[in-house]
Design a protein around this ligand. Structure first.
Ligand code: ATP
Length: 983
């Protein structure tokens, strides 16, 4: 049989040059002097088949298998060996090729081996597996050295059995059994560990289960309570809201009433005070006029006395009655004429005055009319402003302009600590900067200022748990600004059109300054786009530049511009409200001023009207007086005509000096009378005004009294509504806080999931109490215990399963070990029986007679028993194997070896000088005996013995023609003998 067809080797040990050995006969001999490299062939075969032990390969390290150089040849880096096997009868059962070439390469530089089967790269394991299929493994059967042969007989029975184990294939089982035992012990350890864990869990589980059940009961009760209480709270909140709305309306109505009343009171008070002060002045005037009046009355009576005295003088000097009568008539007529003249001039004066007064009243009235119009306009403007302000306040309070997240946070400000408000609530922006600032800040206007970073955590949790949107928070404690350095600031300030740095053109309370520094330090504001471009160049496009009309240049040069509706401007409502309030204040000052002016004008008009009326009355009296005087004159003239028969004409009156005096007196009296009437008129005017004023004062006083009472009633009502409102607000806040704190819900959120309507509120409230009590009675709750219990329980089950599986696998492993033991025992017994069948004959053939058998040293324990030899060489009785000669020991070993080969043939056996100790006759027998196996086994025999050589079909000679480099060539027997003899 030829199994190994060829060996090719290069760089392996002493094979510095390529060697190629073709094995075309079943029995090939390799001969050569000591150290020529014969055994390196065995090493090459072993190595190519995957040998990993450098010791087995007779080296100190794997690098020793590469040609290490000689005196004439440099060392090599690569060792390569290829074995070519005949596989036509599928000795390598897994390889479907007729020929199998196994190659191993080793690179000294990388210390790496590469393996190939039929030139395809494979793993070491693939080589080892196919080697196993043929029995060509590291086995004392396949490659047998002289040492192992001579040791066989001397070795201990336990070591001796190894050969049979290998032959029986038991070695494999042993290895597997060892593995199984190792695995078993590992598995057992694993089981112990798992059982420890199971015990541990079992200890914890009952208390955890108890806790978990309690927690579940708590959760269920809590959920029930939540469902009911959320509804109750929502109902309450809704109720509070409705009531609050009603109260707000009522409050607004009352406020309007209060405003009107206050306005009236202030107006009436002003009027009342004005009247009082005018009354005082009138009083003074009146007393002065009364004095004047008394004086003039006195003067008139003095004049009248003087006149009477003169007239009496005149009487005494009268001649007769008739003459006296005529003279008297003359003087009377003169007196009346004087009076008529005086009355006429008075009337003329009065008519003039009347005209003047009318003009004055008209003038004052038109002034008052204009002022009234002006006042009406102001009033209307104030009303409009009030509506505007109210709407802005409502809009501001409604938070509708804000993002959901921001809105939700602000609405729940009182339950979220540290929330201060939005940026837009706090910054003050000049009107002309509003557009640019809102462009710069954009959505940052809605950033929420908070006291510190911890507050943010709370707020974010709140938003998350209520799915309430998101918001940006600015914590005052950690916020830092990125300021522009002073040099650069100086340059920027001196650039054309620069208006200011963002953080400097808006104002904010000092404690919040960091907010604008953070948001706006890097924003530069300029008057127009050209200057913006220029500033961007100057600052190397590092900052945001914004024009007053809202065009922007971003850092690195992008430009955002055009026109858009700026929703953010709404966020400046607070600013706007302030502006409007200021406007309103100014208008109210104007309003009051005009009202005062109107009041003064009205008083003046009243006065002038009164004068006018008095003048009118005086005109009437004057006309009457004139008429009566004319009548008197006519009567005197008639009397005169009857007496004298002549007409009385003024020219005819002759005056005596006394008459002239009297006439003068008459004129004076008339004049004084005029003055008296004048004074009387003034007195009348003032009196009438005084009367009117005091009546008016009384009325005003009364109405003021009423108004004040009314006002205090209304104010009381207002404050009671206010406190009711505050109470309701507090209740609403509490209810909301309750929702948020106990159920982590915002009002809006709760509204969305509100389910049940409350039927019987009393019952429901009772139920809430009951559930609360139940929760209190449950005591301490560990909510995590539900999950912990579930996790722990499933862990428990998992470990229990694992433990069962491990029990099962231990059982299987133990079963497998028992099976293997049975197999090993069977196979071991079988090989021993089989060998014992052929051993006597083999022994007899090699020894030329005698008998031999193998026996168990411990038949009770086949698995561990050693193997002993029972020998009877021809004519000898052996009591101690050590007494055998060296040659005999080798023969015994060879007999056993050949017996094994007989019953368990393997395809290749390499014998390395195993027959060295034999004598020539025995060598002959040995060589002949080998021949009997060549149908089933190929032999490669390294030998120095001629007997062996003679029986080989082919001989290779190993030489070192070049020092240190093995050369192998086929040689003839004669040459082989020569080599051997010279050795
Ligand atoms: P003997 O008949 O004495 O058993 P042999 O012919 O079997 O001798 P080997 O043991 O096969 O000789 O070969 C040993 C030779 O191989 C020695 O000369 C040794 O120097 C040489 N050798 C071993 N390894 C290397 C190596 N890595 N590089 C070069 N030569 C090596």
């Amino acid at each position: 049989m030829i199994f190994l067809k060829r060996i090719e080797a290069l760089g392996f040990k002493s094979f510095a040059e390529e060697i190629k050995l073709d094995f075309d006969f079943s029995m090939t001999g390799i001969v050569g002097p000591n150290g020529s490299g014969k055994s390196n062939i065995n090493d090459a075969i072993m190595w190519a088949l995957g040998e990993q032990s450098y010791k087995t390969l007779r080296g100190d390290s794997m690098e020793d298998i590469v040609f290490s150089g000689s005196s004439e040849r440099k060392a090599l880096n690569l060792a390569e060996v290829t074995l070519v096997f005949d596989n036509s009868n599928r000795s390598f059962s897994s390889l479907d090729f007729n020929e199998v070439a196994i190659t191993r390469k080793y690179f000294k530089s990388s210390k790496e081996s590469e393996y190939y089967i039929n030139k395809s790269r494979v793993r070491l394991k693939d080589i080892q597996d196919i080697a196993l299929e043929t029995g060509l493994t590291k086995s004392s059967l396949a490659i047998i050295s002289q040492g192992s042969i001579s040791n066989f007989v001397e070795s201990k029975p336990e070591d001796r059995r190894k050969l049979f184990d290998e032959a029986a294939g038991v070695a494999r089982y042993k290895k597997r059994k060892e593995e199984a035992i190792r695995k078993l012990s590992r598995t057992q350890e694993n089981l112990d560990r798992i059982n420890d864990i199971i015990n541990e869990i079992e200890r914890k589980l009952p208390s955890l289960q108890k806790q978990s059940l309690k927690a579940k009961e708590y959760s269920e009760t809590f959920e029930e309570l939540k469902k009911i209480e959320v509804s109750v709270l929502l109902n309450d909140i809704l109720l509070y809201k409705n009531k609050l709305e009603d109260l707000s309306k009522e409050k607004a109505d009352i406020q309007t009433e209060i405003n009107i009343l206050e306005k009236n009171i202030s107006k009436s008070t002003l009027e009342y005070n004005q009247l009082r002060s005018t009354s005082g002045e009138n009083e003074k005037e009146l007393s002065k006029l009364n004095k004047d009046f008394t004086k003039i009355v006195e003067k008139i009576s003095e004049l009248k006395v003087a006149k009477i005295t003169l007239e009496s003088k005149k009487e005494k000097s009268s001649i007769d009655d008739n003459e006296y009568k005529i003279s008297d008539l003359k003087s009377q007529s003169k007196e009346i004429e004087v009076q008529i003249d005086s009355e006429e001039s008075r009337l003329a004066k009065l008519l003039n005055e009347k005209h003047d007064k009318k003009i004055k009243v008209d003038d004052l009235s038109s002034k008052r009319y204009k002022l009234n119009n002006e006042l009406e306009h102001i009033n209307k403007t104030i009303s409009k402003l009030e509506v505007l302000i109210e709407n802005l306040i409502i809009k501001k309070n409604s938070l509708d302009n804000l993002f959901d997240g921001v809105k939700n946070i602000l609405e729940n400000k009182n339950i979220l600590p540290g929330i201060i408000g939005t940026v837009s609530d706090f910054i003050k922006v000049k009107k002309e900067h509003e557009l640019a600032i809102s462009e710069a800040l954009q959505n940052n206007l809605q950033n929420i200022i908070v006291k510190n970073t911890n507050n943010i955590k709370n707020a974010i949790e709140f938003l998350k748990s209520n799915k309430g949107g998101y918001a940006t928070f600015l914590p005052l404690d950690t916020l830092r600004a990125n300021y522009i350095n002073d040099e650069l600031k100086f340059v920027i300030k001196n650039t054309d059109g620069f208006i200011g740095f963002g953080n400097e053109i808006v104002s904010i309370e000092k404690k919040y300054k960091i907010i604008v520094d953070y948001l706006l330090s890097n924003y530069l504001f300029v008057n127009n786009f050209d200057n913006a471009i220029n500033l961007s160049k100057v600052t190397n496009s590092k900052f945001h530049i914004i024009t007053l009309d809202g065009q922007r240049i971003l850092p690195y040069g992008a430009v955002v511009g055009g026109s858009k509706k700026n929703k953010n401007l709404n966020l400046f409502d607070a600013n706007k409200i302030e502006q409007l309030e200021e406007e309103k204040k100014q208008l109210i000052i104007n309003q009051e001023e005009i009202e005062k002016q109107i009041l003064n004008l009205s008083e003046e008009i009243d006065l002038q009207r009164e004068h006018h009326n008095e003048i009118q009355a005086s005109i009437a009296t004057s006309k009457k007086t004139s008429e009566s005087l004319e009548k008197q004159l006519t009567k005197i003239k008639d009397e005169f005509r009857i007496l004298t028969g002549k007409e009385l004409s003024s020219e005819e009156i002759e005056y005596k000096s006394i008459d002239e005096q009297i006439i003068k007196l008459i004129e004076e009296i008339a004049e004084s009378n005029n003055l008296k009437q004048e004074i009387e008129k003034e007195i009348n005017v003032i009196r009438s005004l005084k009367d009117q004023s005091s009546q008016k004062q009384n009325e005003l006083y009364k109405s003021l009294e009423e108004d004040r009472n009314m006002l205090s009633v209304l104010k009381e009502k207002y404050s009671s509504i206010n406190s009711d409102k505050n109470l309701l607000l507090e209740k609403e806040t509490n209810a909301k806080a309750h929702l948020a704190q106990d159920y982590n819900m915002t009002y809006e959120n709760a509204l969305k999931i509100k389910e049940n309507k409350l039927d019987n509120e009393k019952e429901v409230r009772e139920k809430i109490k009951e559930l609360r009590l139940k929760i209190t009675n449950l005591g301490n709750i560990n909510l995590d215990s539900i999950q912990e219990y579930e996790e722990e329980n499933s862990r428990y089950e998992m470990y229990l399963n694992q433990s069962n599986e491990i029990y099962e696998s231990i059982k299987n492993l133990k079963g497998a070990i028992v099976d293997m033991d049975h197999q090993m025992i069977d196979q071991f017994r079988k090989i021993i029986t089989d060998v014992n069948k052929v051993l006597p004959e083999t022994f007899a053939t090699l020894f030329g007679g005698g008998n031999a058998s193998i026996i168990y040293t411990n038949p009770e324990d086949i698995l561990n028993t050693g193997i002993d030899l029972k020998l009877a060489p021809p004519g000898k009785k052996i009591s101690n194997l050590n007494l055998l000669s060296g040659g005999e020991k080798s023969m015994v070993a060879l007999s056993v070896l050949f017996s094994i080969l007989k019953v368990r043939p393997i395809p290749l056996v390499i014998l390395d000088e195993v027959e060295a100790p034999l004598d020539i006759a025995n060598v002959e027998r040995f060589a002949k005996y080998i021949k009997t196996f060549i149908n089933n086994t190929q032999f490669i025999i390294v030998t120095h013995r001629i007997g062996t050589m003679e029986n080989c079909d082919k001989l290779f000679g190993a030489t070192m023609e070049q020092k240190g480099i093995t050369k192998i060539v086929q040689i003839k027997l004669v040459d082989a003998k020569k080599i051997t003899n010279s050795n």
